[in-house]
Design a binder for this molecule. Structure first.
Ligand code: PLP
Length: 395
């Protein structure tokens, strides 16, 4: 009998973390690897936020806090939702966790019974299906084509809903495609969900602030009558370059928020007191650097999309947000190149040209790969040259 539980056997380690780890290992043995796998901003946490954390340490904010967040962080979260999303929540409708990841995981643990289904539009963030499986639920993957902008349509949503559907996950702007839903697209989905009366919505808004070309951000609780059935998740990792601080939060129905807190009380307790103090400053402090950083990301996006579309066999949509592109490599999967799958493509690219990207199949859609352009222009230029030479060498 194995010591490892049956539920753990159903899941796999995060493929994006695996690629980053592989690139790190190759670098350690002297290879000049460019890593385009990691999902984190290359910018540093702003100084005002760091200083708030230092102040918290000096002041002695080093003890356990309330399990689901300090009163001042909850207040800052409530203010943020009001200011940026026109959403009103009370303290008992808000929870704070150790990263958005913990909040999502707890939400599934708190709500899923065996066999409950969660609709996950693909391409998806790699952790959603495995989290659902760990919580005993069943991921219902709905593939969204490139021609649909990699977005879920009302028709597909309607078809995917069954008696067992408990949640729909929406992630806009998206990891891995960068696609953002317009207000109209969200409202079209909302119509189906309002008619259905039962399915809850998990809106993962973690890339809210990283968007381009005046793309307007909307979250479903704000633009539909579904607030009572929506858990709106967000965090400081991406917007404030605070991935290592591990603070995420959510707002939604009181019973779900209470249940999430219950799990947290028996697992990790509160998120780091120091990180919470830093997150208060992130949410309440000066926001002007967000725009500046988004402009830098935009330049990189434009360069990467243009470079990729100049490579024979590769094609790439221009995303609205986040710091990823999701190009197709289908034009290079054939007998002549001896590459059958996107995994073959990314493995050969790493082996031959020392560029680390992640295969589309890890995100639920074959024939693509994900590039994170959250790295310097210098690195991106080098990487694009290498990808071009690699693709040309296949012919
Ligand atoms: N949601 C999406 C779509 C993500 O890409 C990530 C991180 O990569 C997260 C949630 C979780 O972020 P964190 O746990 O750092 O808050």
């Amino acid at each position: 009998m194995s010591i490892i539980s049956n539920s753990l056997k159903k899941i796999k380690p995060s493929p994006t973390i695996a690629v980053t780890q592989k690139a790190r290992e190759l670098r350690a043995v002297g290879k000049d690897v460019i890593g385009l796998g990691a999902g984190e901003p290359d910018f540093d946490t702003p100084d005002n936020i760091k200083n708030a954390a230092i102040k918290a340490i000096r002041k002695g904010d080093t003890k356990y806090t309330a399990v689901d967040g300090t009163p001042s962080l909850k207040k800052a979260v409530i203010k943020k939702f009001k200011r940026e999303n026109k959403l009103n929540y009370s303290t008992d409708q808000v929870t704070v966790g150790t990263g958005g990841k913990q909040v999502l995981y707890n939400a599934f643990m708190a709500t899923l019974n065996k066999g409950d289904e969660v609709i996950i539009p693909a391409p998806f963030w790699v952790s959603y299906p495995d989290m659902v499986l760990l919580a005993g639920g069943k991921p219902k993957i709905v593939k969204c084509k490139e021609q649909e902008g990699f977005k879920l349509t009302a028709k597909k949503l309607k078809k995917a809903i069954s008696k067992k559907t408990k949640w729909l996950i929406l992630n806009s702007p998206s990891n891995p495609t960068g696609a953002g839903y317009t207000k109209k697209e969200i409202q079209d989905l909302a119509k189906v969900l309002i008619r259905n009366k039962k399915v809850y919505i998990l809106s993962d808004d973690i890339y809210e602030h990283i968007r381009y070309d005046n793309f307007n951000f909307f979250t479903i609780a704000q633009v539909s009558k579904l607030k009572d059935r929506t858990l709106t998740m967000n965090g400081v990792s991406k917007s404030y370059a605070m991935t290592g601080w591990r603070i995420g939060y959510a707002a939604g129905p009181k019973d779900i928020i209470k249940a999430i807190g219950k799990i947290q009380s028996q697992s990790t307790s509160n998120p780091s007191s120091i990180s919470q103090a830093a997150a208060v400053e992130a949410l309440n402090g000066n926001q002007s650097f967000i725009k500046k950083r988004s402009n830098a990301f935009k330049q990189r996006r434009d360069f990467v999309v243009k470079s990729l579309n100049n490579i024979k066999g590769i094609s790439c949509l221009k995303p609205n947000g986040a710091f990823y592109v999701f190009p197709s490599c289908k034009g290079l999967l054939n007998k002549k190149t001896k590459l059958k799958t996107d995994t073959d493509f990314v493995q050969k690219l790493l082996e031959k040209s020392n560029v680390a990207v992640v295969q589309g199949s890890a995100f639920g859609l074959d024939g693509y790969f994900r590039i994170s352009y959250a790295t310097s222009m210098k690195n991106l230029k080098k990487a694009m040259d290498r990808i071009k030479s690699f693709c040309e060498s296949l012919e």
